[in-house]
Write a protein that binds this ligand. Structure first.
Ligand code: HEC
Length: 193
């Protein structure tokens, strides 16, 4: 009896340790208070877990987007997208134009894909947790007439598709109509080509 209890206790401790080793602790409540060094630390801690989670389902972007062009020097908090830390990747079709961060005078080529990973600061858990992977895909002319031919999608941290409304995403993105609905990362973190 005693032995069994001890074993159970040992297993419990081992479990608790493995959980805390996986948790990416954060000591600020407001993501806007995060310093660059803290963000880099969070990213190092959570990076692998993000792709692992997104790739558990069958979304074709999830397992490949990290090989695409990264558009910022680190994740950053812009505000929209739930005050999450955001980092966008551009596929081969999109990268050349996207990385110009042009304000006007262009339309993204069909086949462009932008994938934006996100990290949420969970105040209760005092930890950084994986947020959804947000995706914009440019279709052929006429593919999505109400959304400037952009098709929006998102993958949950567990790899399952997120239920979204095209209009929910595009109502906000269409505010950047001069730059083909692209909002771009914060200026201070942009990586230009
Ligand atoms: C309230 C406004 C708003 C809504 C709603 C919104 N976005 Fe965004 N989105 C932004 C802003 C602002 C950025 C740029 C901020 C950044 O990446 O740091 C952005 C960036 C993006 C990017 C990177 C390409 C770019 O524009 O530079 C993708 C991909 C994206 N959003 C997908 C989505 C999807 C999918 C949805 C719907 C589920 C959505 N967005 C809803 C404001 C919004």
């Amino acid at each position: 009896m005693k032995l069994r209890l001890t074993l159970a206790a040992t297993a419990l401790i081992a479990f608790a340790t493995s959980v805390s080793a996986e948790t990416c602790a954060v000591d600020v409540e407001d993501p806007f208070d995060l310093e660059e060094a803290q963000i880099n630390e969070i990213y190092t801690c959570i990076k692998e877990k993000m792709v692992e989670g997104y790739s558990k389902g069958d979304d074709p972007v999830a397992p490949v987007y990290r090989e695409w062009a990264v558009t910022s020097t680190r994740p950053a908090v812009a505000g929209p997208h739930g005050n999450r830390l955001l980092q966008t990747f551009a596929n081969d079709v999109a990268a050349e134009q996207y990385l110009k961060f042009a304000d006007d005078g262009f339309v993204m080529p069909a086949g462009s894909v932008l994938a934006k990973e996100s990290i949420k600061i969970n105040k209760k858990k005092k930890a950084a947790v994986v947020g959804p992977l947000f995706i914009m895909t440019k279709g052929e002319t006429g593919a999505a007439p109400d959304a400037d031919d952009w098709i929006y999608s998102a993958v949950q941290p567990n790899g399952k598709p997120m239920k979204i409304k095209q209009s929910f995403c595009h109502d906000c993105h269409s505010g950047w109509s001069d730059s083909d609905s692209l909002a771009y990362p914060l200026e201070e973190v942009r990586v230009s080509n």
